[in-house]
Design a protein around this ligand. Structure first.
Ligand SMILES: NC(=O)c1ccc[n+]([C@@H]2O[C@H](COP(=O)([O-])OP(=O)(O)OC[C@H]3O[C@@H](n4cnc5c(N)ncnc54)[C@H](OP(=O)(O)O)[C@@H]3O)[C@@H](O)[C@H]2O)c1
Length: 333
């Protein structure tokens, strides 16, 4: 458990430490649908705090067509608030794997390292399964396929950074047994809004763990933010999912910045030192940080360990590679 004042103190060091100047960061899902009375999601708040707290940041942020204009306006406010930064909008829909490829291609062309990849796109499929043109359930592609595609493609640049980190904001601690015969839940008898959510969460943890093992310098972090008052939560509330006492998106953003920059969540320290009285969080058996809303550990070993023993993580990753290949092949046609 990390107190909020400790989070704020740690974030305050970003402006003065030499090692946190000139960080290159990529945000996926840091836009917000401003038609809701609540206008800021967790990613957008994290991006705002990152931009306002650091010196010379080089920030890339994706937006899909419908939020490009509002996101550009938001980036303009950051350009004014912190003119030492550079801000690049990448038009890409996070429900499409090949859109992630185009966004990543731009970063690969312009940068020689990436210090942080921060991912928070996603939604509950209240309207049922409505596949994308790539044939994927968008509630799964935003929360799983596109995220892992972005990580996989950015690994060369992440490995080139001194203390690289990947943050996935989703549902750490909610991992559950998978329908191993139908990982994509193609059969509508297997698909439900909840099953899609559990598959995205569990496959995400297993896949990030595999990448963590293959890339031991990169800190992989899966965070469960708890209930946060965002546009996403407003939609869920309309459908009757009303968690008690959500925290503000501003606090969630500051906590996300701590998650992104404190050595508490680093396999290779080098950003903001761990606050006094705290220690580096213990990693999961598969080598990633599973973190709760207040920076505490989430333990899913009872579910994950037997799956790893049976090689389900390998199955998931190999299945995911096939999905990626199909998306790329279809786009080339
Ligand atoms: N808020 C909570 O209480 C809570 C709790 C636990 C887990 N989470 C998870 O944490 C992540 C961030 O949550 P949040 O509440 O900050 O979310 P949010 O405000 O709803 O924003 C999520 C992002 O997902 C994108 N998105 C939503 N639907 C999409 C679709 N159909 N296709 C493509 N992109 C889509 C949004 O893009 P646009 O701006 O273009 O719409 C936005 O960039 C989500 O994955 C959520 O499931 C949230």
């Amino acid at each position: 458990m990390v107190r909020f004042d400790v989070v704020q103190q740690s974030n305050g060091l970003l402006a003065v430490l030499p090692q946190t100047q000139g960080l290159v960061v990529v945000f996926v899902g840091a836009t917000s649908d401003d038609s809701w009375f609540i206008k800021t999601g967790i990613g957008q708040s994290a991006l705002e705090h990152f931009a306002k707290s650091t010196v010379n940041p080089r920030i890339y942020s994706t937006a899909r067509a419908k939020t490009v204009d509002s996101h550009n306006e938001f980036l303009d406010t950051l350009r004014t608030a912190n003119p030492t930064g550079s801000y690049t909008l990448l038009q890409a829909d996070p429900s499409l794997v090949t859109d992630m490829d185009s966004a990543v291609d731009t970063v690969l062309k312009k940068e020689t390292k990436v210090d942080l990849l921060f991912m928070s796109p996603g939604f509950f499929a209240w309207n049922g399964r409505e596949d994308t043109k790539e044939g994927l359930d968008p509630s799964m592609s935003t929360r799983y396929y596109s995220r892992l595609r972005a990580v996989q493609r950015l690994l060369p640049l992440l490995n080139a950074a001194p203390s690289p980190r990947v943050i996935s904001i989703l549902a750490a601690g909610m991992e559950a047994p998978l329908n191993e015969a139908d990982l994509d839940l193609c059969d509508l008898n297997n698909w439900s809004m909840w099953n899609a959510s559990l598959h995205a969460c569990t496959m995400g943890t297993l896949a990030h763990e595999r990448l963590a093992q293959e890339n031991p310098r990169v800190s992989m972090v899966h965070c469960n933010p708890g209930a946060v008052a965002t546009p996403g939560l407003a939609i869920n509330t309309k459908h009757g999912m009303i968690p008690p006492n959500p925290i503000s998106q501003d606090e969630a953003g500051q906590r996300a910045l701590f998650l992104s920059t404190s050595d508490r969540f680093a396999v290779h320290p080098g950003l903001v030192p761990v606050p006094e009285g705290l220690e580096v969080l213990q990693k999961s058996g598969g080598g990633m940080f599973l973190v709760g809303p207040e920076g505490e550990i989430k333990d899913s070993e009872k579910v994950l360990a037997p799956m790893r023993q049976r090689g389900v993580d390998k199955e998931v990753w190999s299945f995911t590679q096939d999905i990626f290949s199909k998306c790329v092949a279809a786009a080339a046609r």
